[in-house]
Design a protein around this ligand. Structure first.
Ligand SMILES: NC(=O)c1ccc[n+]([C@@H]2O[C@H](COP(=O)([O-])OP(=O)(O)OC[C@H]3O[C@@H](n4cnc5c(N)ncnc54)[C@H](O)[C@@H]3O)[C@@H](O)[C@H]2O)c1
Length: 249
């Protein structure tokens, strides 16, 4: 496994950093990519040997440059984890086009651009793509007109990738995390949202970065070699609880 290479986007913190850490612990060479260059440098310093690439996944030229750097430095790519994401919660009436685009350009365009740029490298290895969506892409709810729609699109994009790329040996799967206490969630989860999540989730708690990373690493690795086109909710049971009334759980 030591010569396999895994690229994780949005790896400077949160779920992306936990995934990079676990990938490295499993013996892979890790490439960490993030648009926050300063935080990325600090995070990469905790994983000796990791390659850190400052890059905005929504900017085609930067994405092409990142893929070229990986080819030059590592010579191969086995795993792409499209994890970089932004959350901006607001109702339809208050979501102007600029706000809509800010969410879409990272959450959806970024997954498209990174996957396309990495395709030649991945297909040389028969690699794996893991896209990070959200329970907000599985169940609609208030304030998520842009975020929820972007994540639902990522779920379908994953299925498109699986349908098309299977014949070149690339698997594509999607992880839908439930709430995790990262900087992203802290910014948009009000005390009311936090209380409601605790109430509505059968396991009655937020998940941890590590719990999400474990599912990502499973789907990326050889133990999932016959799994493609699947959507796995790592969400404490939230998605499976039907109408969501506590008394009807
Ligand atoms: N935390 C949650 O509750 C939760 C729930 C469901 C889904 N998710 C998804 O998990 C993923 C990781 O989220 P997190 O909670 O760890 O967030 P986070 O904010 O802690 O980390 C996200 C990282 O992505 C980077 N990033 C953002 N936009 C980027 C871009 N355009 N190019 C490159 N890097 C960019 C940020 O700089 C940051 O380091 C996201 O896709 C998010 O939507 C999170």
């Amino acid at each position: 496994m030591t010569d396999t290479v895994a690229l994780i986007t949005g790896a400077a913190r949160g779920i992306g950093l936990a995934t990079a850490t676990l990938m490295q612990a499993e013996g892979r060479r890790v490439v960490m990519l993030d648009r926050d260059a300063e935080e990325l440098e600090q995070a990469a310093a905790t994983l000796p040997g990791a390659l850190a690439i400052p890059c905005d996944v929504a900017v085609p030229q930067q994405v092409a440059q990142a893929a070229a750097e990986i080819e030059q430095t590592c010579g191969r790519l086995d795993i792409l984890v499209n994890n970089a994401g932004v959350a901006d919660f607001g109702p339809l009436a208050e979501t102007d086009f600029a706000r809509w685009r800010r969410v879409m350009e990272t959450n959806l365009d970024g997954v498209f651009l990174m996957s396309q740029a990495c395709l030649p490298l991945l297909s040389a290895q028969g690699g794996a793509i893991v896209n990070i969506a959200s329970i907000s892409g599985l169940r609609a709810s208030t304030l998520r007109i842009a975020y929820g729609t972007s994540k639902a699109a990522v779920i379908h994009l994953t299925k498109q990738q699986a349908a098309e790329l299977g014949e070149v040996g690339i698997r594509a799967n999607c992880v839908c995390p439930g709430p995790v206490n990262t900087k992203l969630a802290l910014a948009v989860h009000s005390p009311e949202i936090r209380a409601a999540y605790h109430d509505a989730i059968p396991l009655n708690r937020y998940g941890t970065e590590r719990e999400i990373a474990e599912v990502i690493c499973f789907l990326a690795g050889s133990r999932a070699s016959y799994v493609t086109g699947q959507v796995v909710a790592a969400d404490g049971g939230f998605e499976s609880t039907g109408v969501g009334l506590p008394a009807l759980r």
